[in-house]
Design a protein around this ligand. Structure first.
Ligand code: ADP
Ligand code: ADP
Length: 234
């Protein structure tokens, strides 16, 4: 089942003189277990597209199917899909610096799995941290970790609900080259569990390791995606 399918998706910000056509009739789909890179210059619409696909921003036109069904309009059902179907990863890690690492990772479970008790949540968060090599860090405060370690905490948090699709917006922009390489390896390894990744990046070292590249320009997607020569790379 195709995870997300967009047809003619558009987004306009503002009105009158402030009107910006950020997305112009974008069509794409993401299949299970693939890593897709969204590339293009700053301002071309990558973040907007990720926000529309991930149901954090409403489209102004076009159609969007999530898991084969029209994206819901009601906020309750959108929030539910956000928590259950998607994982999100950002450039700035967006973790709570003053909290312990384990507490950062249990946050999504409190929303999406209210029936789990505290012990079950902690166990699951612990497993997610193990899977990113941070089993040793559960009791640390996030502020004590390096940049790459913080991004791994953010990945564990994105994975803890076992999402079908992780939407990553420039996840390596704040990292040095070697750390960025590790983080991409970790992101791509999610494919083995059947989790797909859609990553917005302007770094060819990141996009070149994905299965497919979708180049964007001025709110549009090139009609044909580009296949990469990347093997499964992990
Ligand atoms: P990218 O992620 O490729 O840098 P964005 O999706 O952030 O591109 O931006 C696409 C266009 O939409 C840009 O012209 C940007 O200035 C504009 N834009 C983004 N967010 C907003 C907003 N909240 N209000 C108005 N314009 C916006
Ligand atoms: P980077 O160069 O990648 O930013 P750092 O020099 O910040 O890495 O950190 C190197 C190592 O030291 C990391 O493993 C990090 O967890 C640890 N560390 C950094 N600051 C602290 C701290 N205040 N308390 C405990 N460990 C720390």
């Amino acid at each position: 089942m195709t995870l997300v399918r967009a047809s003619g998706l558009s987004k306009t910000y503002g009105r009158g003189r402030l009107r910006v056509e950020a997305l112009r009739e974008v069509s794409l789909s993401v299949e299970p277990g693939e890593a897709v890179a969204l590339t293009g210059p700053s301002g071309c619409g990558k973040s907007t597209l990720l926000s529309l696909l991930g149901l954090t921003l409403p489209a102004t036109g076009g159609e969007l199917l999530v898991n084969g069904e029209p994206a819901p309009l009601r906020e309750r059902r959108r929030a539910r899909l956000r928590n259950e179907f998607f994982g999100y990863l950002h450039q700035e890690f967006a973790i709570v610096e003053s909290d312990r690492v384990l507490a950062n990772v249990t946050i999504p479970l409190e929303y999406a799995r209210p029936r789990l008790n505290r012990r079950q949540r902690l166990e699951r968060a612990g497993r997610a941290l193990d899977s990113v090599g941070l089993g040793w860090a559960t009791r640390r405060r996030a502020s004590e970790l390096s940049g790459g370690e913080r991004q791994r905490v953010a990945i564990a948090r994105a994975l803890v609900n076992e999402p079908r699709l992780v939407l990553a917006d420039e996840p390596t922009a704040a990292l040095d080259v070697a750390t960025a390489h590790e983080i991409v390896t970790l992101l791509l390894s999610m494919r083995r569990r059947g989790t797909s990744v859609l990553v917005a990046t302007h770094d060819p070292r990141v996009s070149g390791r994905c299965d497919r590249i979708l180049p964007m320009e001025d709110g549009r997607l090139a009609p044909e995606g580009v296949e990469t020569s990347a093997s499964s790379g992990d």
